[in-house]
Design a protein around this ligand. Structure first.
Ligand SMILES: [Zn+2]
Length: 454
């Protein structure tokens, strides 16, 4: 609104400047009408906060938006909330479209540059858009970001949580669209592919029903492409179970869905997300998919304590969206994002399947608002659960830098061996650098040993 008035003012700039300088001979009524039409609404729009309230994310536009539109929206949100939002380009898709995270925390621009950002805030992960045709979720995530930013500045925009408090303690990392090529393909067809390499790969896929694609344009289903090694605590060895127990939802060549790729992490999008997951000490993970209105939480290969925490997190998220918990994991199918996160970090990931099972994909415009309303608070409930849990005692350090914590010493040691790191026991918030911690620790030990009565 303010911009429109600026444009009008600029278009009549000469008149405006002359009026201000008093060089235009206007009678009083003309002057008053000028002020009423141009100046008053402009000032009024600021004083009533209309400008501040104009929301950037419009769910009603969702159906027609491209990956480029979503990226522009992310940049616009960053511009509007520079102290709260930072857009980090973390890689590029097969078709050279940007992959990015949107980091949200108080004082983001200062904090993200700090060497100990990993412990200055607790970190949380929210991902969407892995599967091409599940088009509602990227915009749901964008709207969450905007709503949380509004609540940060304007208490009670969200009744259930106080973002101004929460964002002093946590950083939320949103990856709204991790398969931009597929997203554009289902909406705009093959014309959306912008590189020759991309077009060549798409032609090699045996299926041209593009609106039905879950894969990227190379015909690999990203949610079958994640590596799947886990540490078997009974046998005391790492096991590679990638594509070992396949279900009937499987393809052996590039396809619209279910093809896991020639080898784990063959896709640049998958590699980018994997690197990002290992970059921060995420306390838990949310991954948005469609459809079914259900929550997946169970991992058949994971230790009991993982599954207990994961179920508790799913139950907490259920408070937000009322979705049903899917308790069964039959162990068929592999290469999921959740397989990678659970075996690498032992922190729970909940897959949230938005929209009823019977709806068409890609998602039609009228379903965006209801899908959003149900899931608006999902990340905030997940964060509240993570904050309740706190840090675990076994901390992994690689090159004397803190990486993440583990609940179980055996698994912690197995991970430490894998990354040539070491495990340090502790409570409360971990120290970021081991030498500092050692020094503090040794002074403490010295005092206890030599001055026991203090
Ligand atoms: Zn999916």
């Amino acid at each position: 609104m303010a911009l429109n008035y600026f444009r009008i003012l600029f278009s009549s700039k000469k008149t405006f400047i002359l009026l201000i300088k008093g060089d235009v001979s206007m009678n009083i009524s003309k002057k008053l009408s000028f002020i009423f039409i141009f100046i008053f609404p402009f000032v009024f729009s600021f004083s009533t906060g209309v400008c501040a309230q104009a929301e950037l994310v419009q769910l009603s536009n969702g159906e027609s938006m491209s990956s480029q539109d979503l990226f522009s929206l992310a940049v616009a949100l960053e511009k509007k909330y520079p102290t709260l939002i930072y857009v980090d380009i973390i890689g590029y898709s097969v078709d050279q479209k940007p992959l990015y995270s949107i980091i949200m925390t108080a004082d983001v621009d200062t904090l993200r540059r700090q060497k100990d950002f990993n412990i200055l805030r607790q970190h949380y992960f929210v991902e969407a858009g892995t599967h091409a045709r599940e088009t509602v979720n990227p915009l749901i995530v964008m709207k969450q970001i905007e709503d949380y930013a509004i609540d940060y500045h304007q208490e009670n925009h969200i009744q259930e949580f106080s973002l101004s408090q929460m964002l002093e303690e946590v950083a939320i990392h949103f990856l709204p669209l991790t398969n931009p090529d597929g997203f554009d393909l289902v909406k705009f067809g093959e014309a959306s592919v912008q590189t020759q390499h991309g077009r060549k790969l798409l032609l090699s896929v045996g299926d041209d029903h593009y609106t039905n694609f879950k894969s990227g344009i190379s015909g690999v289903d990203h949610n079958r492409n994640y590596p799947q090694h886990y540490f078997d605590m009974d046998e005391n060895i790492w096991k590679n179970i990638w594509q070992l127990n396949i279900s009937n939802l499987h393809a052996t060549s590039p396809s619209a869905e279910f093809y896991p790729g020639p080898h784990p992490a063959s896709e640049p999008e998958v590699k980018t997300v994997m690197n990002y997951i290992l970059r921060y000490d995420f306390r838990n993970y949310i991954s948005f998919h469609s459809r079914g209105n259900v929550l997946y939480w169970n991992k058949y290969f994971a230790p009991d304590y993982y599954n207990q925490r994961s179920k508790t997190l799913a139950q907490t998220i259920q408070i937000a969206n009322g979705y049903e918990l899917m308790d069964e994991d039959n162990g068929l199918g592999s290469g999921y994002l959740s397989d990678f996160t659970s075996s690498e970090t032992l922190k729970p990931l909940i897959t949230v399947e938005t929209l009823p099972i019977s709806t068409d994909l890609p998602t039609q415009a009228h379903l965006y608002p209801t899908a959003y309303e149900a899931n608006r608070l999902v990340p905030l409930y997940a964060i509240s659960e993570g904050q309740k849990t706190g840090y675990f005692p076994y901390r992994l350090y690689v090159d004397d830098v803190y990486v993440r914590d583990f609940e179980n010493l055996t698994y912690a040691n197995a991970i430490a061996q894998k990354y040539n790191g070491k495990i340090v026991e502790g409570d409360a918030t971990p120290s970021m650098f081991l030498n500092k911690k050692k020094r503090t620790h040794s002074i403490y030990e010295f005092l206890i040993k030599h001055l026991p009565l203090i």
